[in-house]
Ligand binder design. Structure first.
Ligand SMILES: [Zn+2]
Ligand SMILES: [Zn+2]
Length: 238
């Protein structure tokens, strides 16, 4: 559960400062045509990306990290990208070793977008996180025959909770693993070698994050662990 706060670089956070090696330049986005509301001003060229998620292995024991890595970081561009399927964000994913970064030195001066260089909805405010484990079930990904078998139990559940199975099965929340809480038709990405990717994490609209992200949607990040370079992709769902 995210909680407003002032996380440090060595803490798991949403929108908090990152443990970034001083010898690696902070990422910028220079996609032509990206822009910020309300006036549709096209900001000058490149803008710094912003921290979205940082997770330390010690805080998410269920998440398998690549060998030797114990930090997961996600940044994205806080502007609107008309060309992108997701329209926004263009997340970039990094796996790191905490010890290596501490050894190399931590980047102290992280550039931040200036007024007019970001869309409010894509600027997560700093939160500490204390992950809890939940069991999830596929909603739209549930195979048709299994769904038929389970239908009496699904009906019973829907009656008892007064809501759709799709909403009960998995959480439309910031989360690691589980199933994407698709609002629209499932749209699982494949990597370039044709492997079906796995759902790595979801970043979703939450009031306490001051992010709206369209209508009740989320950005889902997927990962292929079968390819050594760990390719990833994202989907925007609303
Ligand atoms: Zn951009
Ligand atoms: Zn692959």
């Amino acid at each position: 559960m995210p909680k407003s706060g002032t996380p440090g670089v060595r803490e798991s956070s949403l929108g908090g400062p990152m443990l970034w090696p001083s010898d690696e330049p902070w990422p910028f986005c220079g996609q032509p045509g990206h822009w910020a509301p309300p006036d549709g001003r096209n900001p000058a060229g490149t803008v710094p990306m912003v921290p979205v998620v940082q997770l330390f292995a010690r805080d998410v024991p269920e998440l398998t990290f690549p060998e030797g890595m114990d930090v997961l970081q996600l940044v994205w561009c806080p502007l609107i990208h008309p060309e992108d399927q997701a329209c926004a964000a263009l997340p970039r994913l990094y796996w790191r070793s905490e010890a290596d970064v501490l050894g190399a030195g931590v980047l102290r001066t992280v550039p931040a977008p200036q007024e007019g260089e970001f869309e409010e909805e894509f600027m997560p405010s700093p939160c500490t996180v204390s992950p809890i484990s939940v069991v999830e079930y596929p909603n739209w990904d549930l195979p048709q025959d299994l769904r038929q078998t389970l239908q009496p139990r699904i009906d019973e559940l829907e009656e008892r909770f007064g809501t759709d199975y799709a909403l009960l099965a998995c959480a439309l929340q910031n989360k690691i693993g589980g199933y994407p809480a698709w609002n629209q038709k499932p749209d699982w990405p494949d990597c370039a070698r044709g492997h079906r990717m796995e759902h790595l994490l979801s970043i979703t609209a939450e009031d306490d994050l001051d992010m709206v992200m369209g209508d009740l949607g989320g950005i889902y990040v997927f990962l292929c662990r079968q390819c050594p370079e760990l390719p990833y992709a994202h989907r925007y769902d609303c």
